[in-house]
Design a protein around this ligand. Structure first.
Ligand SMILES: NC(=O)c1ccc[n+]([C@@H]2O[C@H](COP(=O)([O-])OP(=O)(O)OC[C@H]3O[C@@H](n4cnc5c(N)ncnc54)[C@H](OP(=O)(O)O)[C@@H]3O)[C@@H](O)[C@H]2O)c1
Length: 272
């Protein structure tokens, strides 16, 4: 699947994902929904994962289709390894391939350490960290077989800075840094050993760290804490889901094949 110089240039100039299949976990609301819209607008066939909110899932499908895009819905539990393998298989069977995996699904169960139970800890680690591993394992095997692919993990600025009341969340999201860098190295090494690491699309693994983004997740944060956060953001506002989606789309491009194992902060300058 190597690209020529002119193909690379074309991909750089028109952001063309036509013919690519992308799976976005937690793709039906918030940041995930914006990523689905953006990938579909770039021409990708999109598969959106979700856990239970059928109404929001149906709404997204209608909106993407109204814009001329193609989107399938895949209900499943990211905290369950077998269910993740089932969803990846389902997407490959339905669309014939999987080029881009965005590990975006995430939850919070915020409490100070003295009130955080082992169950609170385990629940968040399972969804926010183990879920990315459960999805990446079958996806990367498929991508290695094809010699190309993109995995993009959605972490958080909180993993870089720490955040009061989020020991479980920040530990999970920081775990994604290690997962990203190790999968990036393993993918490049495995392709090199197989003689498939030529100049071209490649198989890259990157991580995006959103700052405070205006979604349902932020509704759970007390308003005084949101106001305090915004005070500390140089851009002095919350980010929008579309501002995360544009970086994900950039990393997903064929022409982004020389970027791997990196952490991309999109946080209005909060972490600098
Ligand atoms: N919003 C922020 O300020 C912010 C900042 C930094 C990082 N992030 C990260 O960005 C990602 C998206 O955040 P968001 O604010 O867009 O979240 P959100 O609006 O709360 O949406 C979460 C999505 O994840 C899905 N999901 C939750 N638990 C799941 C499970 N067990 N199995 C499968 N899917 C599950 C939900 O499906 P249902 O609709 O069916 O529940 C929904 O589609 C998360 O990883 C989050 O940690 C967000």
């Amino acid at each position: 699947m190597a690209t020529t110089g002119s193909q690379t240039q074309a991909a750089l100039s028109d952001h063309n994902l036509t013919g690519r299949v992308a799976l976005v976990t937690g793709g039906t609301r918030g940041i995930g929904a914006a990523i689905c819209h953006a990938l579909a607008a770039d021409g990708a066939v999109v598969a959106a994962g979700y856990s239970s909110n059928q109404a929001r899932a149906d709404e997204l499908r209608q909106a993407v289709e109204a814009d001329g895009g193609t989107l399938s819905l895949h209900k499943g539990d990211i905290a369950d390894a077998e269910d993740c393998a089932r969803v990846v298989k389902e997407v490959i069977e339905q669309h014939g391939r999987l080029d881009i995996l965005v590990n975006n699904a995430g939850i919070t169960v915020d409490k100070g350490i003295s009130k955080m139970s082992a169950a609170d800890w385990d629940k968040v680690i399972k969804v926010d960290l183990s879920g990315a591993f459960y999805m990446s394992k079958p996806a990367i095997q498929h991508m290695l077989g094809r010699g190309s692919g993109r995995i993009i993990n959605i972490s958080s600025v909180a993993a870089e800075m720490g955040n009061i009341g989020q020991a479980n969340y920040t530990a999970s999201k920081a775990g994604l840094f290690g997962l990203t860098k190790t999968l990036a190295r393993e993918a490049a090494f495995t392709l090199r050993m197989a003689g498939k690491l030529e100049k071209g699309i490649g198989l890259t693994v990157n991580c995006v760290t959103p700052g405070l983004i205006e979604t349902d997740m932020v509704v759970t944060i007390p308003p005084f804490m949101v106001a305090d956060f915004v005070e500390r953001i140089p851009m002095h506002r919350m980010g929008q889901p579309e501002e995360i989606a544009r970086v994900v789309c950039f990393l997903a491009q064929d022409a982004s094949g020389y970027i791997t194992g990196q952490i991309w902060d999109v946080d209005g300058g909060l972490n600098m």
